[in-house]
Structure formats: structure tokens, C-alpha cells
Ligand binder design. Structure first.
Ligand code: UD1
Length: 418
């Protein structure tokens, strides 16, 4: 197991280049088995979730290799329709394989997925959508078995706008017969990225990024070379780090349009933010007003994946902040750890009430999920004195070179193996 040792209290100055989005790359990897031609993903981040997803592709019989930072996938010899439990339990996105594996083999067997422990995370909407496309689904011993004679396009209404369910149904629909309409679809930008990728392979998908997605099934998809969109959550994490530590930071290869809700919040608390092309510059004095209220919502609302980092920021802001987590039931596991560092927070159900303190104090804290781990790291680099953040396997799921990028910006952070 690895941990960070952090000497806090240094302002952050310099540039940081944003990785390709984890949540875009994962469904693209699932989509790659829809063709038996070559797929190349440029700027593919070697984060743990991506490496696990590559492990699943290998298990299905695909040949995968990195050429520099480009991932090359050859699925022509893929033979297996079964995703074993050891890999499925490692990451929730293994569930995205369901739609594409059924589209490729007419059947799929997958163990119930794992992922961050942040709540119930049901998959009923995924299964309901697939059933309406003529997929038969049975369950045995923790496995989901799917089969179908022919995938048929369908009119699907999602009870809530689930990102994963929207993506899974799109993946099943691209080679189904006829049209599929997904109503109340999630509007996250990663869905538009999936649409662009699939259309570059010859699919006919429209409406990605809006609440109605229409897919016209095609017979065959071809190979593609593609560069996934920048990671809006990594970008948001660095912007919040800057707001917490003070200094001047330039984010390169990013898209400010995808994190408007965060940029608004940071401007409200007196950070100076300038956007030019694919760059965002942030200047922060290190003195923050409280954000008052942060309520997570589906896109374009405030992202749940930045809630933990924003909670860390609220801890050292002037005044109080109400944080409301609407998407996941147990996404406050970072709070007891922040309290160890001197934060003043009360949690009631899905709400956390944060009373700002002048500064956090270094402490030994434990990460129990990906974004919570990032939040604790930000708390530690802004705190007075030394901290340790244990169990970096969570952070490694979603951030490539996190400590290296923070070190370049002036943070005192190192990884040690324990
Ligand atoms: C994706 C992101 C994750 C992000 C989340 C919300 C990926 C790989 N992960 O996760 O980082 O935190 O979107 O922005 O893209 N729900 C159901 N039934 C279902 C599916 C979902 O009730 O079948 C509910 C969930 O409990 C949750 C809400 O829908 O309350 C949103 O979840 P969803 O959008 O599906 O999140 P994920 O796709 O798992």
C-alpha cells in the first residue's frame, strides 16, 4: 500500500496539463469491441481504472498495447463474452461492457460491478433499457447473464438521467436493428464524446449531450483513431487546489465550458479566472469567502465528483457552507478525516454543514474513495504542518501523475510504500 507524506502550506504556481477524461475513456474502451478493426486512443491516461478496463478487454481476447501514450486495440480475435468477477469487482465501468459485448456476441455474462463505495449504485436502469431492446436477462450467483437473438431498437425512458445507463444503451443500440430513442438521457459531456467516437466509426448517433439521444442502428462499425476529451474533474480538482493554497496556475488542454458550475462558484468566492481557448488561468489570494451552498446535480449542475474537493475548500473559507449531495447516499466518507485535520463539519443525511476555520492542521488521514482521496490531498497541501494520506490505490484509479503534477506546482508531496 502507498501513502503520501505532505508538508502543507505552500502556494501553487505554474502550469499543469490536463489528462484525457477517465469517464470518457472508459466507455470508449467498451465501445472498441464493437469493431474488429484497429482502434487507437491517443493520450490515453494510464490510471488504474483504465488499466483494469484494458485487463477486461485482454480477458475477452482483444490484443492491446501502448505505443507511447496511444493505446492500440485489436478486437478481431475477441472470443469471450464473460467478464470475470475479479475484474468486474475492481471497477464499476465494467458494466458498460454489457451493451457492447451483447452487441458483439449476442450474449454476455458479467459479475456485479464494484467501484467506489459511495452508495447503493444500482444498475436497474441499465438492465431495464437492455430488456426493452429484446435482451433476456437472468441472474445467478452474483452474475448477470444476457442473451438475445437479435438486438432491436426501442423507445427507452430513463427514470433518472443515469450516465452509465445512457452510455450502455447507446453501446447496445449502435448495431441494433432500427431506431433507439433514449429519453431523459444524461447530458454529461462524456456522452457527447462517446457519440463523436462512435460516429467516427460509422455509427449514427445524434443528441448526445442533450436529454434525448437517437441512435439509428448500422450493420458494421470500422476502426478509428481518436483523442478523448480533457478530464473536467481533474481540471476542477486543480482549480480547487489553487483556490485553497493561493497562487497562480495555468491549466492547459482543458475545456472551461464543461466546468462552468465550478468556475461560477470559484469566481463568487473571489478567485480570478480567465479563459482563453483550451486554457484556464486562476489567481487566488488564499483568502476565500465561503461558497454558501454547493448542491450536486446531474450535468450541467455542480458535479458530485467535485463535491468532496469543494467540501475541503469550504473547511477553510470565511463563513459557513451547506453541501447537499443529491446523487450518492454515502459520499461523505472524507468528512471524518477532514474533522481530524481540524475541520468543523456536521453531517445530517445527504447534507453537510461546514463552518469555516482559519486553517486545517496536518494529520494522518485515510482515503476511502477516489474523489474523497483527492479532497484529503488538497486539504493536506493547504494545511499547516505534516500530513499523511493513506491508501493511494483509490487516487490512482482516476488521477495520473497526481503527486508529480502537484510537485511541479510547488507542493511538498511524496509517495512512500508501506
Ligand atoms: C458516472 C461517473 C461517476 C459520476 C456519476 C454521476 C463514469 C465511469 N462514472 O457514474 O464518476 O459520479 O456518473 O455524475 O462515468 N441510478 C439508478 N439506477 C441505475 C443507474 C443509476 O438509480 O441503474 C442512480 C444512481 O444511484 C445515482 C444516479 O442514478 O443516484 C446517477 O448515477 P449514474 O449517472 O448512473 O452514475 P454512474 O454512471 O455510475
Amino acid at each position: 500500500m502507498d501513502k503520501y507524506i505532505i508538508e502543507g502550506g505552500k502556494p501553487l504556481y505554474g502550469e499543469v496539463e490536463i489528462q484525457s477524461a477517465k469517464n470518457a475513456v472508459l466507455p470508449l474502451l467498451a465501445a472498441s469491441i464493437l469493431t474488429d478493426e484497429r482502434v487507437v486512443l491517443h493520450r490515453c491516461p494510464r490510471i488504474r481504472d483504465v488499466m483494469n478496463m484494458i485487463g477486461i478487454l485482454d480477458e475477452l481476447g482483444c490484443k492491446t498495447r501502448f505505443e507511447g501514450d496511444s493505446l492500440v486495440i485489436d478486437s478481431s480475435d475477441a472470443v469471450s463474452h464473460e467478464i470475470p468477477s475479479a475484474l468486474a469487482k475492481e471497477l464499476r465501468s465494467s458494466i458498460f461492457m454489457l451493451g457492447s459485448v451483447i452487441a458483439r456476441f449476442g450474449k454476455a455474462r458479467i459479475a456485479y460491478p464494484g467501484g467506489c463505495d459511495i452508495g447503493l449504485r444500482p444498475i436497474d436502469l441499465h438492465l431495464k433499457g437492455l430488456k426493452s431492446m429484446s435482451v433476456e436477462i437472468t441472474e445467478d450467483g452474483g452474475y448477470i447473464n444476457c442473451s438475445c437473438v437479435k438486438l432491436k431498437g426501442a423507445d427507452v425512458l430513463l427514470d433518472c438521467p443515469s450516465v452509465g445507463a445512457t452510455e450502455n444503451i447507446i453501446l447496445a443500440a449502435v448495431k441494433a436493428s432500427g431506431y433507439t430513442v433514449i429519453r431523459n438521457a444524461a447530458k454529461e459531456p462524456e456522452i457527447l464524446d462517446l457519440q463523436n467516437f462512435l460516429n467516427a466509426m460509422g455509427a449514427k448517433v445524434a443528441g448526445g449531450g442533450t436529454s434525448t439521444v437517437v441512435v439509428c442502428g448500422v450493420k458494421k462499425l470500422g476502426g478509428v483513431e481518436y483523442t478523448p476529451m480533457p478530464d473536467r474533474i481533474e481540471a476542477g480538482t486543480f482549480l480547487i487546489a489553487s483556490a485553497m493554497c493561493g497562487g497562480e496556475m495555468l491549466l492547459k488542454r482543458t475545456d472551461a465550458n464543461n466546468i462552468v458550475s465550478l468556475i461560477h462558484k470559484l469566481r463568487e468566492i473571489s478567485c480570478k479566472i480567465a479563459v482563453k481557448d483550451d486554457k484556464i488561468e486562476i489567481k487566488s489570494s488564499g483568502v476565500r469567502k465561503s461558497p454558501k451552498i454547493v448542491e450536486t446535480m446531474p450535468y450541467p449542475g455542480f458535479p458530485t465528483d467535485l463535491q468532496a474537493q469543494m467540501t475541503a475548500l469550504a473547511c477553510i473559507s470565511e463563513g459557513s457552507t451547506l453541501i447537499v449531495e443529491n446523487l450518492f447516499e454515502t459520499r461523505f466518507k472524507h468528512v471524518p478525516e477532514l474533522i481530524r485535520m481540524g475541520a468543523d463539519i456536521t453531517v445530517r443525511g445527504r447534507a453537510a454543514f461546514v463552518r469555516g476555520v482559519k486553517t486545517l492542521k496536518g494529520a494522518d488521514v485515510v482515503a476511502s474513495d477516489l474523489r474523497g482521496g483527492a479532497a484529503l490531498t488538497l486539504a493536506a497541501i493547504s494545511a499547516e504542518g505534516q500530513s499523511s494520506v493513506t491508501d493511494l490505490s483509490h487516487i490512482d484509479r482516476g488521477y495520473s501523475d497526481f503527486e508529480y503534477k502537484l510537485t511541479e506546482l510547488g507542493a511538498k508531496i511524496r509517495r512512500v510504500h508501506i
